[in-house]
Design a protein around this ligand. Sequence first.
Ligand code: FES
Length: 134
Amino acid sequence: MASGSRVEEGNADGVSWRLIGPASELSKKRCRLMYSSFGHNSDVCLFYVKGEFFAMDARCSHSGGPLCEGDIEEADAVLQVFCPWHDYNFDLRTGKSGTFLQQQVYEVKLEDSSVYVKHTSHLSLQPFPADPKS
Ligand code: FES
């Protein structure tokens, strides 16, 4: 599967549309972890729920729980993921929580049947090679 192989449109902040892969493939799982070239704390979840993709920081803003492993529920037409560690909820579209917390979300677009996520780092479905200096 292609990943990050096309020229990506960027801006001065380093935010670019990152090619993730074909929508037909990515829609087969409810959540996929996208590794960030910035490291573990910047990884992103790509959710596919009710025919739509959503991207959100993969580590819960409470204490770092793995949101890709959380339950997804719809209440009052709001799709939410529940963190598996302490059950805090986050709106998949806005990242807002019923608590004081806010989870970072990212824009997702479909183009030529491929999924793109707008992010400052490179994103990959495979881990990046370890930094030899660390
Ligand atoms: S780590 Fe997610 S709710 Fe506590």
